[in-house]
Design a binder for this molecule. Structure first.
Ligand code: 3PG
Length: 204
């Protein structure tokens, strides 16, 4: 049975935002993240290896693998074909929103303004990625946005790190945060990734 976006957001306090250049890294990376306690993995569609990486990561027991940076219906189709279990987008268009919601796919679209949230509510969505979290005003901005939209829940992403994640997670409307800090650029150091994942999962 497929999970709801709320269940996915509540699985771990941090969703690692992954940019994978080499699909052969995907499976060991997912194993390190899941061993460290982070089961929800967002693979961004920013590299040619991303779709293969999604399929590889899905083989890892316990992993819940989704596609990020989904910005068109073409991206959505490709992500679903690769086996994505949820979809994250940097923003929200009616075209993409209608297609994703019509299939009932767990969806976490990016919002940064009240108008964005209202567009989401019109599509029946209540769970959003607040992006780019720091550049869009940080915690004061999210608090101000969340007040009128009390029914909404958020995953702030963009500029959040190990040192600030806990401050965001302390906010009631925040179910989890996203970030790339768990997997720094360069050849993966799986032991370091597992350790960073362990620290991040302890933020719950
Ligand atoms: C994203 O795609 O969600 C962001 O690029 C992640 O932001 P970060 O690299 O600042 O964590």
């Amino acid at each position: 049975m497929s999970l709801t976006i709320e269940q996915i957001m509540c699985t771990s306090p941090v969703i690692p935002v992954l940019v994978i250049d080499d699909a052969s890294h995907a499976r060991p990376l997912a194993e390190a993240l899941v061993s460290g306690g982070l089961r929800v993995l967002e693979v961004t569609l920013r590299t040619p290896a991303a779709l293969k990486a999604i399929a590889e990561m899905k083989q890892v027991e316990g992993a819940i693998v989704g596609a990020g940076t989904v910005s068109s219906t073409h991206d959505y189709d490709a992500a679903m074909k690769a086996g994505s279990e949820f979809i994250v987008s940097p923003g929200l268009t009616r075209t993409l929103g209608k297609v994703v919601t019509s299939h009932g796919t767990p969806f976490l679209p990016g919002i940064a303004t009240a108008g964005d949230i209202m567009r989401g509510l019109e599509l029946g969505l209540t769970h959003f990625k607040f992006f780019p979290a720091m550049a869009a005003g940080g915690i004061p901005a999210l608090k101000a946005l969340a007040a009128p939209f009390y029914q909404c829940r958020f995953c702030p992403t963009g500029g959040i790190g190990a040192d600030t994640a806990a401050d965001w997670l302390a906010l009631d409307p925040v179910l989890c945060v996203g970030g790339s800090w768990i997997t720094p650029k360069g050849p993966p150091d799986y032991a370091a990734v597992e350790e960073a994942a362990r620290k991040a999962s302890a933020l719950a």
